[in-house]
Design a protein around this ligand. Structure first.
Ligand code: DX5
Ligand code: ZN
Length: 224
């Protein structure tokens, strides 16, 4: 089954509760929270206080994507604020194995993220530890960017390795996911689609979410 994780980055922050409620009614399974520190990526967003407020506004799991340096420093605080899933960038972790265990010790699902220029192969030693792998299909830092087509090859390679090794991490994809790209990423093997602009950028988040899920489900049916 394909799931949708709307990214609040593209939402109206003055009406967050209302916007995530609409996305939930449209079938969202998770709420994706993009955390940026102005160092690892050239942008700033939100931190644990916003996660704490979101926790009160929804029962959906909060999927916190940490685009920050030295994530170990903040993992306990995000977990305490109500994060359910926490992912860290391979490129930001000097001791990735330790960081992934730290996430699990705090009762959260642990994910690892790779940037467009980072090969899937760099994850080979942690694939049996992670609950999910997030493949960035844009360079992180901003919403509404164009999908990078080579991400499809990376998703395919990851799905093939998972199959060969009999592992069961999930594959999430993030960046430039919209009606034109959703079908291809699903056919390549992605199971969780992050979408910011396509859900909150224009129109009604509820029907946008519903449409994206419909496109994804149809692509899943056509998958061999
Ligand atoms: C980019 C973020 C993404 C982004 C996705 O750094 O990780 O989650 O908000 O936005 P869209 O769907 O607009 O590309
Ligand atoms: Zn993200």
């Amino acid at each position: 089954m394909v799931e949708l994780a709307p990214s609040i980055l593209a939402a109206d922050f003055s009406r967050l509760a209302e916007q995530i409620q609409a996305a939930a009614e449209g079938g969202a399974a998770l709420i994706h929270v993009d955390v940026m520190d102005g160092h690892f990526v050239p942008n700033l967003t939100v931190g644990p206080p916003v996660v704490r407020s979101l926790r009160k506004a929804t029962d959906l799991p909060l999927d916190c994507h940490l685009m920050i340096e030295d994530p170990d420093k903040f993992i306990p605080e995000f977990a305490e604020a109500g994060a359910n899933w926490i992912s860290v960038h391979q490129e930001a972790c000097r001791n990735l194995d330790r960081t992934l265990h730290l996430i699990k010790q705090h009762g959260c699902r642990a994910g690892v993220v790779i940037n467009p220029a980072t090969p899937v192969e760099t994850l080979s030693e942690v694939l049996d530890i992670v609950d999910y792998v997030l493949v960035m299909s844009v360079n992180p830092g901003f919403g509404a960017q164009e999908f990078i087509p080579n991400s499809l090859n990376k998703i395919r390679r990851l799905a093939a390795v998972r199959n060969q090794r009999g592992l069961n991490f999930r594959i999430e994809v993030d960046g430039g996911i919209a009606h034109d790209t959703a079908a291809n990423v699903v056919r390549a093997g992605a199971e969780i689609l992050v979408a910011g602009n396509a859900v909150f950028g224009h129109g009604d988040p509820k029907s946008n979410a519903r449409q994206l899920l419909k496109t994804a489900a149809e692509a899943m049916l056509l998958k061999v």
